[in-house]
Design a protein around this ligand. Structure first.
Ligand code: URA
Length: 422
């Protein structure tokens, strides 16, 4: 009935595709009937011609329907989920999940591992002794009922069409297309089946969408898509020019999470955790100030219950390494640049991230920042502490960090939260 060449030709010539054509193309590509060559031609045509709203909806629906769709409507609790487009030092899922869960919301955070300069939530959690990320659906449900929060790997196959299409886009220069990104992210998040979704869309040097207008447009498109599927969706546009918090790595980011859950922690991590928590609670119909449960220990109690339920030991010390190297500030002044991408890449070189899928990461590798943009630094004083099990990697990491910073006479860092899109 449908023909791949006709569909590619239509999109190439800027003719809108029907929902039937898009659904067929996605299904036929997922099953292997349409070839990589044909789907990559379509992806390139979409890259240049874009998609109208109906086409975008049809593409997202087809990708969503390609796999399992979870349904938590029988839990008897409101459900909320957060997605970040990825950043350096972005450990927010860790304090946010138990915080929101401590208010009686079910928060199923199906998370990923790191690849490239941004870290993976699961890699961070695995720094905790015994912590398990591969759970059965029955375990997830019972943990959501008993405790409210769970952070684990996806069960089953959520949006397998996206997995195949994303891998193809990666090698055909078609990743940075707004409709392809929006449908890719939303097909996976909608498959998780929550009532409320809060998107943290990053912009800046460490973000995937570096330009703020592009990030805003992506956020608005994903909010529109979420609402079309009946999910209460909000996007928070946040700056990712410098890393979040003072730590980048795995175990070291869990340590900082514990500081936040104990009522302290870096201002930016606390601000973003509370902002996202407020939107999740609002979406779940709960009128509360989440700062209360950071201050009174209830979020920490939920964290400890969550870690124990996933077979982790909340009292075990986090792993550390004896290999430490200090990088000193080259100049004095006010820190005006602390490039997130460079810090992420340096942490990756130290062993906090992986070069290929399946590679083991070092729980102890990472970077501690001694200053943040707007702080005064003095030449010769420590700027970064580097940690790794493989000290021969210090030189490469230090080299990357040489271009990561700048100083000025005066510098006022921009607001972390650039906008909220509903
Ligand atoms: N993340 C995704 O999941 N998909 C994209 O297309 C880009 C980023």
């Amino acid at each position: 009935m449908y023909n791949a060449v006709e569909i590619i030709t239509a999109k190439r010539n800027a003719v809108a595709l029907s929902a039937g054509q898009i659904t067929w193309m996605v299904d036929a590509y997922t099953s292997g009937e349409v070839s990589d060559e044909q789907f990559s031609a379509l992806a390139m045509a979409i890259y240049f011609r874009g998609l109208n709203d109906d086409e975008l909806l049809a593409l997202t629906t087809a990708m969503l329907n390609s796999g399992t769709r979870l349904n938590f409507s029988d839990l008897g609790k409101p459900t909320a989920d957060k997605h970040s487009t990825g950043g350096v030092g972005d450990k927010i899922t860790l304090p946010l999940t138990p915080l929101v869960a401590s208010y009686g919301v079910a928060v199923p955070q199906l998370s990923g591992r790191g690849l490239g300069h941004t870290g993976g939530t699961l890699d961070k959690l695995e720094a905790i002794k015994g912590f398990e990320v591969d759970l059965t659906e029955a375990h997830i449900r019972s943990q959501l009922t008993e405790i409210g929060g769970v952070i684990c790997a996806p069960t089953g196959e959520l949006a397998p069409a996206d997995k195949k299409i994303y891998a193809l886009r990666d090698v055909t220069a078609t990743v940075d297309s707004l409709p392809l990104i929006a449908s890719s992210i939303m097909s996976k998040k909608l498959a998780e089946g929550t009532d409320t979704l809060v998107l943290d869309v990053k912009t800046g040097s460490g973000a995937f969408m570096q330009n703020e207008d592009d990030a805003r447009q992506l956020a608005a498109t994903m909010v529109w898509l979420g609402k079309e599927f009946g999910v209460n969706t909000t996007a928070v546009l946040t700056r990712m020019d410098s890393p979040l918090g003072y730590t980048v790595g795995n175990g070291i980011e869990v340590q900082e999470t514990l500081e936040v859950l104990a009522g302290g922690g870096p201002n930016d991590v606390v601000e973003l955790t509370l902002t996202l928590a407020r939107h999740m609670l609002q979406g779940a119909g709960i009128d509360a100030d989440p700062a209360e449960h950071l201050a009174n220990g209830k979020a920490m109690d939920t964290w400890r219950a969550m870690v124990s339920a996933q077979h982790g030991d909340p009292d075990a010390p986090l792993p550390t390494t004896t290999h430490e190297h200090t990088v000193l500030a080259p100049t004095s002044g006010v820190l005006s640049k602390l490039d997130a991408r460079a810090v992420g890449e340096a942490a990756w070189h130290l062993g906090a991230g992986r070069q290929y899928q399946g590679q083991a990461v070092q729980a102890t590798a990472g970077i501690r920042l001694h200053a943040k943009p707007g702080d005064t630094v003095t030449a010769g004083e420590p700027l970064f502490s580097l940690f790794t099990e493989t000290p021969e990697r210090f030189a490469a990491a230090e080299q990357i960090l040489q271009h990561a910073t700048d100083t000025a006479d005066v510098f006022n860092p921009p607001q972390l939260i650039a906008d909220v899109i509903r």
